[in-house]
Write a protein that binds this ligand. Structure first.
Ligand code: PBE
Length: 267
């Protein structure tokens, strides 16, 4: 396609998600880096974005979205990332678990589990696809845990269960974090005896909650690029427990049938 036509076909709109998400900041950076002055990044939510993607694909229409992996949409649809030669979205991302200061002393069993917890994009994908196929997030997480006792044992072996201590997790309603947080919630409550509350919040409050100590932990810290603004702001007030998933990625995403390959083609 001639380069100008893609913009006209999609009304110069990139379909985004919740305004606080890191991928929105990266996309605004891409708009600057690639001088996409005519383009608008449309705010919404992860679920509104995937609904629009589904509709576009059913009609074989063009659409440009803010995509990330792990995400079930890459399993369900034939999608491609647009190349990003200027690295507006960075390189590979990893997802870290962050905790409030003092969690290790106050709840050593929960802390040790959260510190050990690490899985793969394929593992996370199994829960996301089960949810997409109609299971509730709680059911999908419980079924995954019961189907992978070897992995769960690695995370909890030798830990002493507690009797009903409270733990608060927080997460944003992105499909990847719905999967990880529901699994951690299940293991902490069913295998380790905690009374777990998983709070669904916006991204700013999620970081602020861990930094202030109102929340014990979050499994949703995408690094180094996606959460950079929050890490910069709160790094001295949180405890970074390290990677829980390697091989994540963010970027502009289109259906494979679209005749463009690079963000540069949008100019
Ligand atoms: N995401 C999924 C998040 C992190 C997890 C890529 C939508 C973001 O901040 O953009």
């Amino acid at each position: 396609a001639a380069s100008g036509s893609v913009g006209e076909e999609v009304n110069y709109e990139i379909i985004g998600i919740d305004p606080g998400a890191g991928i929105m900041a990266s996309t605004n950076k891409a708009i600057e880096d690639y001088e996409l002055t005519d383009w608008t990044l449309v705010e919404g939510s992860g679920s509104a974005m995937t609904a629009m993607l589904e509709r576009a694909i059913q009609n074989e229409q063009p659409i440009i979205i803010t995509g990330w992996t792990p995400h079930w949409m890459f399993n369900k649809y034939d999608l491609k990332y647009l190349e990003d030669p200027k690295k507006s979205y960075g390189e590979a991302e990893e997802i870290h678990t962050v905790a409030r200061k003092g969690l290790q002393e106050d709840h050593p069993t929960a802390y040790e589990f959260l510190d050990r917890f690490q899985w793969t994009p394929e593992d996370m994908g199994e829960i996301m696809i089960a949810i997409q196929d109609g299971a509730s997030a709680e059911e999908a997480a419980a079924e995954w845990a019961e189907a992978h006792p070897d992995k769960v044992d690695e995370w909890i072996s030798g830990l002493s269960p507690v009797s009903g201590d409270s733990i608060k997790l927080s997460y944003v309603a992105w499909d990847s974090e719905i999967a990880s947080t529901n699994l951690a919630d299940y293991i902490l409550s069913e295998k380790l005896g905690y009374n777990v509350t998983s709070l669904q919040v916006e991204m700013g409050p999620m970081w602020q909650g861990v930094a202030s100590g109102d929340v014990d932990a979050s499994l949703a810290a995408w690094l180094p690029v996606t959460s950079a603004a929050y890490v910069e702001k709160y790094k001295d007030q949180i405890d970074d427990l390290g990677v829980n998933l390697e091989g994540a990625k963010t970027g502009l995403t289109v259906p494979a049938y679209m005749d463009i390959d690079s963000i540069e083609d949008l100019k």
